[in-house]
Design a protein around this ligand. Structure first.
Ligand SMILES: [Zn+2]
Length: 184
């Protein structure tokens, strides 16, 4: 059984914080996406993939319980949807030989997620060629973006996205705490 996770506090926020403040609005969308998860008993984690111009290419919430899939984390669901969006646009541009330029690569995209990605999701992010990851609450027990591991910034990998932690971390952490208070 998983006990209520203590979500560790981040350093006091600096105001204004130009690096994080620009991601507050998309993080609020990710929080709204996360709020859909508890209806199926899923831990509220939400994610968005934004295109280079900020358009939403994919969104997802944790649906492990809903679909009975241990890999159905919010990030994976959002990445799959974004790849479908990008892939169908690429197919629209396909040449006569059926070539699909960048049919699955999410180059230039940003993933916004309410909780620090786990090792699986960090791996999926690297493989998808996403260029930036913005996350809310830290996950000291399983986080792979600086807490327990730092997969995405491992210099042995040839694709390393920029990582911006702690965007609306209090709101994101509170959403998780409220879930665990009522469900565990
Ligand atoms: Zn994950």
């Amino acid at each position: 059984m998983q006990s209520a996770r203590p979500i560790p506090p981040l350093p006091a926020p600096v105001r204004p914080d130009p690096v994080r403040d620009r991601w507050a609005a998309p993080m609020r969308l990710a929080i709204a996406e996360a709020a859909l998860a508890p209806a199926t008993g899923d831990v509220p984690v939400g994610a968005l993939v934004l295109g280079p111009d900020g358009e939403v290419l994919g969104r997802g919430h944790n649906e492990r319980e809903a679909v009975g899939d241990p890999t159905a984390h919010a990030e994976v669901v959002a990445i799959r949807e974004a790849a479908r969006t990008v892939g169908s646009a690429a197919r629209g541009r396909a040449d006569g030989n059926g070539a699909r330029p960048d049919g699955w690569r999410l180059t230039g995209c940003t993933l916004v997620v309410t909780l620090e990605p786990c090792t699986m999701c960090a791996g999926a992010i690297v493989l998808s060629r996403i260029d930036r990851v913005v996350y809310g609450a830290l996950d000291e027990k399983a986080g792979a973006a600086g807490s327990l591991f730092d997969v995405m910034r491992d210099r042995r990998l040839n694709h390393r996205p920029e990582v911006i932690p702690g965007v609306l971390a209090d709101e994101c952490g509170e959403q998780l705490r409220a879930f665990f208070d009522t469900h565990r």
